[in-house]
Design a protein around this ligand. Structure first.
Ligand code: 4AD
Ligand code: MG
Length: 466
């Protein structure tokens, strides 16, 4: 008999088919009239399927009546129209086979509701819950849309190094990679540390961004995107920061900041449009059960159908100053906007996504294109309600002399970046790109409050259990 998924078996069109389903028991209920209802789930969709097991089955007393939450089973039987409410189909079992038991004394995911915090302690089992199954499916949908969006537009996907010697963002938040024995070094005087004995002959780190390498490929192949893991050793225990996250970074030659904003807007509209279209059951679940105001679907539909606001940083500061809002951090020209400022702009003032651009150069990395005002750079951040910054990007400085002087201003050693400056030495072109934090996009698409709940095994300060 063909193995099918519960997603398939739940379709009205499957009624009358014989099926073989495999999954994990969510609940079992025994009826007085000699049969049991077993709800099972196999991760293929939000819903379970109800299996009806009669006491005529040979292992009814010995096994079926002892099935508990978490057991894995194989069921064979016929898909029937269901009499129960809220489900189109059910399975009348011809056989139910226990594959793996789950001791109810110790299995953590008993029927009761657990908080998301509690479930983080069982990150290896939480994908068996409705919420984390839905997060995994929406995450997958978004990953797929990302590739489709760029592939359809002729972008090449490039893999950029995970181990690197350059700090792209210049924020010094890097994890060092070494094969030197730290415990032995600790016993020696630190002056004797010689990178000649380290694997790469130099200090090297996990990447904070694939951008510099992506620029190299864009300045040869036109349109590229990277999609890889990114590491930041920032010690911020917030609901929006991870130490390991995934970033998508498109980079396009002959593009300026306006082209970059157009690309970012079209990109976000595509991925949020796709989750609404392709994951309707999971999105209904997030809307009704996770979003505080049951407004998620409406919010995403709004994003897909309305233009984003485009606002220079200087005007944003004026709006914040005029807002009469009490902010924890003082607002004045030159500050790096805090999450409270970003959220005021996008949630309260405009009530839609805002692309902020032309930031003060003092708060941005060396690679951004300098405007003629000598004060600002062609940076852009896309801010969305509930999450704040979801995308950060810029037009790149493609003038060699300006780039080198910016590097010196930021105390970078120009010689270390010889290959990056070569891109400006030979056939330089204006180019631009941005990075979308995948987990921030998933947070926005699901209304999950904490970023640790949208990645399978979150890495944050003090946490790398799984
Ligand atoms: O704004 P960021 O730091 O930009 C860059 O890294 C550029 N090099 C990208 C580029 O132009 N190619 O990071 C980009 C995005 C942020 O907008 C945010 O969505 C996400 O990455 N991000 C994080 N997500 C989770 N945890 C963290 N610690 C993050 N830091 C940044
Ligand atoms: Mg940023």
């Amino acid at each position: 008999m063909n193995r099918t998924t519960i997603a398939h078996a739940r379709l009205a069109a499957s009624i009358g088919q014989n099926t073989r389903l495999q999954g994990w028991v969510r609940t079992r209920r025994d009826s007085k009239s000699g049969f049991s209802f077993i709800e099972i789930n196999d991760g293929s969709c939000q819903g379970n399927i109800q299996v009806i097991a009669d006491n005529t089955l040979e292992n009814y007393e010995s096994e079926i009546k002892h099935l508990t939450t978490g057991c894995s089973i194989t069921v064979e039987g016929e898909i029937k129209e269901s009499g129960g409410r809220g489900q189109a189909t059910e399975v009348q079992a011809a056989s139910v086979q226990l594959i793996g038991a789950a001791d109810p004394e110790t299995y953590p995911l008993q029927k009761k509701r657990h908080s998301f915090e509690k479930l983080r302690e069982w990150a290896h089992l939480r994908p068996r819950t409705n919420t984390f199954g839905a997060v995994a499916r929406v995450r997958n949908c978004i990953i797929n849309s990302i590739h489709q969006f760029y592939q359809e537009r002729g972008f090449l996907n490039v893999h950029t190094p995970i181990i690197t010697a350059s700090d792209c963002e210049g924020a010094g938040e890097m994890f060092q990679v070494t094969t030197m024995k730290l415990d032995q070094i600790a016993k020696q005087s630190i002056e004797s540390l010689d990178y000649k004995f380290d694997f790469f002959d130099r200090p090297s780190y996990l990447t904070v961004s694939g951008q510099l390498a992506a620029e190299s490929y864009a300045c040869s192949l036109g349109k590229v995107y990277t999609f890889g893991p990114t590491f930041r050793a920032e010690n911020s225990n917030t609901s929006r920061h991870l130490a390991e996250f995934w970033m998508v970074e498109p980079e396009v030659a002959f593009n300026d900041l306006n082209d970059n904003m157009d690309l970012a807007e079209a990109f976000l509209k595509r991925i949020f449009g796709d989750v609404l279209e392709k994951c309707p059951d999971d999105m209904a679940f997030f809307n009704d059960r996770v979003d505080e105001n049951k407004a998620l679907i409406e919010r995403l539909e709004g994003i897909v159908s309305t233009d984003f606001v485009r606002l220079p940083y200087t005007e944003a500061i004026e709006i914040l100053l005029a807002s009469k809002q009490k902010f924890e951090f003082e607002v004045k020209w030159g500050i790096d906007l805090q999450s409270e400022h970003e959220r005021y702009l996008t949630e309260q003032h405009f009530k839609k996504p805002v692309v902020l651009f032309d930031y003060p150069r003092t708060i941005k990395p060396f690679y951004m294109y300098c405007n003629d005002d000598e004060k600002t750079v062609r940076a852009m951040d896309v801010l969305v309600p509930t999450v704040g910054e979801i995308i950060g990007g810029s037009q790149r400085e493609h003038r060699l002399d300006v780039l080198e002087s910016r590097m010196r201003d930021q105390d970078l050693n120009v010689d270390d970046y010889w290959w990056y400056t070569d891109l400006r030495r030979y056939g330089t072109v204006p180019h631009a790109g941005f990075g979308l934090g995948l987990e921030r996009a998933i947070q926005f698409a699901t209304s999950m409050a904490n970023i640790r709940d949208v990645i399978p095994f979150p890495r944050t300060p003090g946490n790398a259990e799984f």
